[in-house]
Design a protein around this ligand. Structure first.
Ligand SMILES: Nc1ncnc2c1ncn2[C@@H]1O[C@H](COP(=O)(O)OP(=O)(O)OP(=O)(O)O)[C@@H](O)[C@H]1O
Ligand SMILES: [Mg+2]
Length: 407
């Protein structure tokens, strides 16, 4: 069924090719008549709905390419109504980001086929990403996928691309493959001003990374509180060996995070070799200081890598609670926030191993994250993002009717 937003266009009315304006073209040449034909299918309710979430409805269409071939494509159409979390309905920013991803080497993202205006409405054309949304019951995450996921998140973090909405409804897995959709909130930010004063304010956010010596936001943090926290909770809900299943996954995750931090250590060491002058000048600090900070940052990553390689039970607990904490602040669950903060502080204070240098450094890093995450409530970016997923959203159509929500 077409959305009510589209229904006002009568069935008889044709979308003339001349009425379609290609606002952003993709790399693959596509004639604007092919876009007009696909839009016609959508507005007439003849295209099959793939899925919908708060801001958009996605349809699957057949799209003729410039070389005479044709193939399936996704058309993303704004979904109007009170459930929206993004006032922007033109897809301009999403198209802009998608167009930059190939050059940035970001893996697992859709290709932009075009952004087209027809009358006062906009349509975003993408290729279809394979896979299904992770679900502890029907499509559980495995170790290979966690590794791929962290490899992809590492590239995003290296490139300074934040997705900002890594909930399960925006992630698709198939075999060892992990894909991401929905880049409407994604933004690039250069690491060159990592040590500039404004970066400190930028890091007072839910997504702050754990490394105090290289202030940044991290997609790993975003995935942890937008997706993994809920996934682990639901693993428990579904009983039948649930707790140990969730525990295993958490330890697998930390083990994979060890690899992520190892690669971050190499990245930061490389940054010190290749970009130190740029970072110092753009951040407005002396080269010697930038050199020292990047060195300390690389060491911190190596330390985290060694800790997560064989996670201590208390560290695993701290990591799990930190996800819950970021999520509670994001969802403004004030009582939980206070409780979680108290528990985390107590854990950091009382764990006997904290006197060891690396545990001590880790405890300090966690305390800093606790503070910075709390500050994010005042962040203007907060209002742009949807609350944690509820069952009413992220619906994928299964077998022609609205399927069960992928949490
Ligand atoms: N390129 C794609 N390939 C495969 N499936 C896709 C693609 N783009 C979107 N989808 C499916 O459509 C759903 C809705 O799309 P999308 O997440 O882009 O919409 P949205 O309403 O902007 O989401 P949100 O409410 O998170 O802002 C996704 O959850 C996913 O199931
Ligand atoms: Mg989405």
């Amino acid at each position: 069924m077409p959305d009510r937003y589209l229904a006002h266009r009568s069935r008889q009315e044709r979308v003339a090719a001349a009425e379609c304006v290609v606002r952003d073209a993709g790399i693959v040449p596509i004639d604007h008549r092919a876009f007009a034909d696909a839009i016609q299918m959508v507005v007439e309710g003849r295209a099959s709905e793939l899925a919908r979430d708060r801001n958009a409805i996605c349809y699957r269409v057949n799209l003729a390419r410039g070389d005479g071939s044709s193939g399936p494509a996704i058309v993303k159409v704004p979904r109007m109504g009170e459930q929206r979390t993004n006032p922007e309905t033109t897809f301009a920013q999403e198209a802009e980001i998608l167009a930059l991803l190939p050059a940035a080497g970001i893996p697992g993202a859709p290709t932009l086929l075009g952004r087209v205006a027809s009358g006062d409405r906009h349509f975003l054309f993408l290729n279809e990403m394979p896979g299904t949304h992770p679900d502890p019951r029907t499509n559980p995450l495995d170790g290979r996928q966690l590794r791929t996921l962290l490899d992809h998140l590492h590239v995003m973090d290296m490139r300074g691309l934040m997705h900002y909405d890594l909930k399960l409804a925006n992630i698709l897995t198939q075999g060892a493959e992990v894909n991401f959709v929905d880049f409407e909130f994604a933004r690039f930010r250069s690491h060159r001003n990592a040590y500039a004063p404004e970066t400190a304010a930028f890091c007072a956010d839910f997504n702050v990374s754990i490394n105090a010596f290289f202030p940044a936001r991290s997609n790993v943090a975003n995935f942890e509180f937008r997706a993994l926290h809920h996934y682990l909770d639901h693993s428990l809900d579904h009983g039948g060996g649930g707790p140990s299943q969730a525990e295993h996954l958490l330890f697998d995750w930390l083990h994979c995070k060890s690899g992520y931090h190892q690669k971050m250590a190499a990245f930061l060491a490389d940054l010190r070799e290749t970009s130190i002058a740029d970072i110092a000048v753009t951040s407005g600090i002396p080269i010697a200081r930038a050199h020292g900070l990047l060195g300390a940052a690389a060491e911190q990553e190596a330390l985290l890598a060694s800790m997560f390689a064989q996670p201590d039970a208390t560290v695993a607990r701290v990591e799990r609670l930190l996800m819950a904490y970021r999520c509670a602040v994001f969802d403004r669950h004030t009582t939980d926030v206070e409780q979680l903060r108290r528990t985390l502080r107590e854990l950091i204070r009382s764990h006997s191993k904290w006197t060891e240098t690396r545990f001590h450094a880790y405890g300090q890093a966690v305390a800093r994250v606790l503070e910075l995450v709390t500050c994010s409530v005042a962040s203007p970016a907060r209002s742009r993002l949807p609350a944690s997923p509820g069952r009413a959203h992220g619906d994928r159509v299964a077998g022609g009717s609205a399927g069960s929500a992928p949490i």
